[in-house]
Every structure is written in structure tokens, then in C-alpha cells.
Design a binder for this molecule. Structure first.
Ligand SMILES: Nc1nc2c(ncn2[C@@H]2O[C@H](COP(=O)(O)OP(=O)(O)OP(=O)(O)O)[C@@H](O)[C@H]2O)c(=O)[nH]1
Ligand SMILES: [Mg+2]
Length: 398
């Protein structure tokens, strides 16, 4: 597989920051049939913590069809003796893993092909002149990079071409690649697990962005990294939303805290309490989709955030905004609005396998640089991947 999360070292890491390696067994507790059994219902204290509506716990049934995740056991906090760096899940079959990687990179490339084909044609000629720069400017703007990032890239490229005396179109394209990677690299950031117990993550975004699906995928990956996960169905508007999360819970064998109806803040509070009572490592709180222009709904989201802080005063530790990669420039508006309301800690950009143009990440890094933890390139479990600037730029430039 791939590097997915990072674990917080208790002491300064001894390995160089770039070292990719970590013994896989670090995060792979022994499998236990018993621990894959149905989960326990909500602890009474958690249920009673917020009065109001009756709480139901969607219990996870053992799944015959889905192989038990490798780590159903509660791994506990990271071992203080371990100077963990980037955590890798074991690769059972390197060839299969390589094929998977090729496949998702292929999907990312296909998804961003509108942009890459536009840019690639610019560099087929031999002339490096103002026309080329004009066309590149248009291509970057079309790709949703925004005026600021586009101007920055053009200026930097012109300077580089001059300084390095580049004359070949291929050299100029390579220079653009380097500049874009440098531009987007600040968005690369691993999600660090194990630094709080439980690590409370609130998930927000507009309708249909991919919040619930992302939570489901993350739950699975986190389990594979030895995390005990608890989900909260904070989208209390639609019964179908609860069910959707409950299905992900069943698939992954994790508890889902839900209420028949009621206040999303109360569900979130219950879930954090329950997470603490049950020794969960991660509590992920789903929320109902909303537009930033729906002010009363944004206020509700702020309330959810505030109330989570009443359960654990440092929580939520992560506030993720899920963005549909096809949203274009509007994604930047969403980042600003949700960041103003919630103080985001990270982004997940989904659906980059569709017709996304991708350039909006350049606009984001220039205007509101919130790290991109993951990108989604499909609906399958392996289609959620850590954001790597170099891979992204290679897909973007073709
Ligand atoms: N192609 C593709 N589809 C995705 C991706 N992520 C999510 N989806 C699909 O997008 C649709 C919406 O996903 P949800 O997870 O329900 O989105 P949501 O943000 O929870 O939606 P609401 O709760 O209604 O606001 C579903 O059909 C998902 O399967 C992705 O990376 N690629
Ligand atoms: Mg949802």
C-alpha cells in the first residue's frame, strides 16, 4: 500500500524526515477473531450525557462478505519507545500494490486530462515567446488556478527561463512542473494519528461533496493502522444519511452513534463522550451538507464545533472540509467561508477522477492555504489517497 497517515512521535524522531520507512508491524496488532465481533452498545454514561432525544447505536454486525480489517483490536496510543515516522501498511503483494497505484494514478490523470491536454499542446511547438506565455496564462486560468497563482507562475517561469537560459519547449515545461510542485508542496501534510485520545475529527462540506463516503474510507484506512474508530451520524436531517453512515459502520465493523432525530450538536457531544468511554482512538463526526450562504446552517455548524469542545476542551482536533474537485473556483469560496466559520485544519478534495480541472489547488495555496490531507479519485476504498504535490502536478501537466 502507500504511506497514509503519520503517527506523532513522543520524542524527536531519530530517522531523517524523508525516510519513508517504518516497520509495518508497528501498527498491525495481532488479529483477533473476538475483536471482530459485534461492537458493544453505547456506554450508559455517554447515552445520558446529553439528555433530549433517545440514542441508538447502530451496531456493527460481523461481515462475511467484507474481509475483517487487519486491525480490529484497539492498538492503544502509540508506543512511547517508537519513533514512528510515516506509517506503512504491510504490502502483501508488491505487484498488486504497484498495479493499484498505477490504476489510481491513471484515474487521477484521466480526471485531470482536460487541463493536461490543454497545457501539453502549448509545449509541442519550438518557440518560447510571448504567445506561449499568453496561452499558458489562459490555460491556467481555465484550469481554475485563479489570477494570483497564474500571475505568480508566469512571472516565476519567465524568470527561470531567463536565468537558466532555457530554449527548448520541453525544458520550459519541466521548469513549469518544478514551479508548480514548489507552489503546491505546502499543501502536503500527513494526518497525524495517536496524538489525542480520542482524536476528534469533524467533517464538513456542501451537499454531496463526498463527506460520508470519505468518512467511510478513512474509517477503513484508520482501522488498518490499528485505530479504534467511532463514527457519529451528525447529519440529522435525513434518515438516509444516518443509514448511509450505518452501512459504512457495518462494513468496517465500527460503532455508529446516531439519534432518531434531533440536534446534530447533541449527537456530536454524545459521540465524543462515547468515544472517550470506549477508548476510541478516533471519533469522526459527519455533518449535513450546507452552502456557506445558508447562514443559519453555518451557525448550526459552529454550534456543533462549540459543543464538541464542551465534551473535550481541545476538541475537535481536526476540522476537515470536503470539496468536490469539480466545483472549480467555487471551491476557494467554500474554503474561505468554512474556514472563517470553523477554523479548518485540513481539506479532502474528492472526485478528481471526474471532470475536475485541478488548478484550484493553486488558487487555494495562494489565498487560503489549508493543507490537503487526501484526494479522492473514485468511490472505492483505495481511491482515497494522500495528496502528493508531485503526483498531482504530473497528472495536471500530463
Ligand atoms: N467519482 C467519485 N465519486 C465520489 C467520490 N467521493 C464520493 N463520491 C460519490 O459522491 C456521491 C456523494 O457522496 P456522499 O459521501 O454521500 O456526499 P456527502 O457530502 O456526504 O453528501 P450529503 O450528506 O448529501 O451532503 C456518492 O455517490 C459518492 O459515491 C470520488 O472521489 N469520486
Ligand atoms: Mg453525507
Amino acid at each position: 500500500m502507500f504511506s497514509f497517515f503519520k503517527r506523532k512521535p513522543k520524542e524527536p524522531p531519530t530517522a531523517p524526515a524523508t525516510a519513508p520507512a517504518i516497520a509495518p508491524d508497528l501498527v498491525q496488532p495481532a488479529q483477533s477473531a473476538a475483536t471482530a465481533a459485534p461492537v458493544v452498545p453505547a456506554a450508559p454514561d455517554a447515552a445520558g450525557a446529553v439528555a433530549a432525544a433517545p440514542q441508538t447505536t447502530a451496531q456493527a454486525a460481523p461481515q462475511a462478505a467484507v474481509p475483517a480489517p487487519s486491525a480490529q483490536t484497539h492498538a492503544g496510543p502509540p508506543d512511547a519507545a517508537v519513533h514512528a515516522d510515516i506509517v506503512k501498511a504491510p504490502v502483501a503483494d508488491p505487484a498488486a500494490a504497484a498495479a493499484k497505484k498505477t490504476s489510481w494514478l491513471g484515474r487521477l490523470k484521466a480526471g485531470l486530462s482536460r487541463t493536461s491536454s490543454g497545457i501539453a499542446t502549448l509545449f509541442t511547438g519550438t518557440k518560447i515567446d510571448e504567445d506561449l506565455y499568453d496561452e499558458l496564462e489562459a490555460a491556467l486560468l481555465m484550469a481554475d488556478a485563479g489570477v494570483e497563482a497564474t500571475q505568480y507562475l508566469l512571472d516565476a517561469l519567465k524568470a527561470k527561463v531567463k536565468q537558466e537560459k532555457l530554449v527548448e519547449a520541453a525544458q520550459v515545461k519541466a521548469a513549469l512542473r518544478t514551479l508548480m510542485i514548489e507552489l503546491l508542496r505546502p499543501l502536503e501534510k500527513p494526518l497525524v494519528l495517536g496524538r489525542e485520545q480520542p482524536l476528534v475529527m469533524m467533517i464538513a462540506g456542501v451537499n454531496g461533496a463526498g463527506k460520508t463516503t470519505t468518512i467511510g474510507k478513512l474509517a477503513k484506512h484508520m482501522q488498518a493502522h490499528g485505530q479504534k474508530v467511532l463514527l457519529a451520524a451528525g447529519d440529522t436531517f435525513r434518515a438516509a444519511a444516518r443509514e448511509q453512515l450505518a452501512i459504512w459502520g457495518q462494513r468496517n465493523g465500527v460503532d455508529v452513534i446516531a439519534q432518531e432525530s434531533g440536534d446534530p450538536a447533541a449527537v456530536a457531544f454524545d459521540a465524543v463522550q462515547a468515544g472517550r468511554a470506549r477508548g476510541a482512538d478516533v471519533v469522526m463526526i459527519d455533518t449535513a451538507g450546507r452552502l456557506p450562504t445558508q447562514l443559519h446552517l453555518m451557525d448550526e455548524l459552529k454550534k456543533v464545533r462549540r459543543v464538541i469542545g464542551k465534551a473535550i476542551d481541545t476538541a475537535p482536533h481536526e476540522v476537515l472540509l470536503i470539496i468536490d474537485g469539480n466545483t472549480g473556483q467555487n471551491a476557494l469560496t467554500q474554503v474561505k467561508a468554512f474556514d472563517d466559520a470553523l477554523s479548518l485544519t485540513g481539506l479532502v478534495v474528492t472526485k478528481l477522477d471526474g471532470t475536475a480541472k485541478g488548478g484550484v489547488l493553486a488558487a487555494i495555496v495562494k489565498q487560503r492555504s489549508v493543507p490537503v490531507y487526501f484526494i479522492g479519485v473514485g468511490e472505492g476504498i483505495d481511491d482515497l489517497q494522500p495528496f502528493v504535490a508531485e503526483e498531482f502536478v504530473d497528472a495536471l501537466l500530463g
